[in-house]
Design a protein around this ligand. Structure first.
Ligand code: PPS
Length: 302
């Protein structure tokens, strides 16, 4: 199966999107077609950017950040769906619009989202010294979540079988490229820029501690009442029921939650329900090789 220009079809609601490469990184074709404008994106000094490899806990972090910025006010965080509150700068769905247009029209201070690897981050974010929050998730759960997301989201190519997708992920032949390169690239950059590097598993294990850390980075002191409120409203079960945070407002022709809900399991260790013993061994051997020499470590289960 070749992923490049796999289907010469637009995402018009019935067919899958096509993919192509930007500087060696696989991207949806509309992103490739708009790459010059995305690269030239003009950040503003008070922009707050949330950056992740896809399915690492972006939406969860966006919800927490919005709650912090709005002092725990539920009504204000429910003013619009996540993708409106946080323009996704490299995202273009021909039938819906582009994150770039949305971001350019947004008044400051802006909250933005990207999945770009560090080397593809529009340079303006670093030139303007913007605050960036990076969230990483252990790759086994990240892979499983991404696989199910491909199944339900027509704005990504069809994943193929589980076995095929497993290989695509390991070889980095998925949109936004290799997980290993992504997490390492941002990890190495964190000390040179205003980057807060967080982990999905920490958010899960000690949510209030991580929410407080986010508050400090953003510059908001949170009292215990607000902290409790944010932890409650950003828990998996509550977010799953919140139409402004669970992507149910996206047309079914793009995201079909009956195939797999966006808010699927929200767990650490679900990979054990998917990986065979042989796949796990192959994954671990590949992981040791690709992650050798980095100080990054992950929790794969509790
Ligand atoms: S995306 O499409 O890249 O923006 O997706 P992203 O938001 O990064 O990842 C979606 C996964 O995060 C889970 N999620 C949560 N887990 C725990 N707690 C909360 N509050 C929460 N919100 C979202 C979501 O369920 C997806 O993971 P899986 O494993 O598929 O359930």
């Amino acid at each position: 199966m070749t992923l490049n220009r796999m289907e010469e079809l637009k995402c018009d609601g019935t067919e899958r999107i096509t993919v192509d490469y930007v500087k060696g990184i696989l991207q949806p074709t509309p992103t490739c077609d708009n790459w010059d404008q995305i690269w030239d994106f003009q950040a503003r000094p008070d922009d707050l950017l949330i950056c992740t490899y896809p399915k690492a806990g972006t939406t969860w972090t966006q919800e927490i950040v919005d709650f912090i910025l709005n002092d725990g006010d539920v009504g204000r965080t429910q003013r619009a769906p996540t993708h409106v509150r946080f323009p996704f700068i490299e995202w273009v769905i021909p039938s819906i619009g582009s994150g770039l247009e949305q971001a350019n029209a947004m008044p400051s201070p802006r909250t933005l989202k990207t999945h770009l690897p560090f080397q593809l981050l529009p340079p303006s974010f670093l030139e303007k010294n913007c605050k960036i929050i990076y969230v990483a998730r252990n790759p086994k759960d990240n892979l499983v979540s991404y696989y199910h997301f491909h199944r339900m989201n027509k704005a990504l190519p069809a994943p193929g079988t589980w076995e095929e997708y497993f290989e695509s992920f390991l070889t980095g032949k998925v949109c936004w490229g290799s997980w290993h390169d992504h997490v390492k690239g941002w990890w190495e950059a964190r000390d040179q820029h205003r980057i807060l590097y967080l982990f999905y598993e920490d958010l899960k294990m000690k949510p209030k501690h991580e929410i407080r850390k986010l508050g400090e980075f953003i510059g908001k002191k949170l009292d215990d009442n607000v902290l409790d409120k944010i932890a409650y409203h950003t828990s998996f079960d509550v977010m799953k029921q919140n139409p402004m945070a669970n992507y149910s407002t996206v047309p079914t022709e793009v995201m079909d939650h009956s195939v797999s809900p966006f808010m699927r399991k929200g767990a650490v260790g679900d990979w054990r329900n998917h990986f065979t013993v042989a796949q796990n061994e192959r994954f671990d051997e590949d992981y040791q090789r690709k992650m050798a020499g980095t100080s990054l470590t992950f929790h794969f289960q509790f």
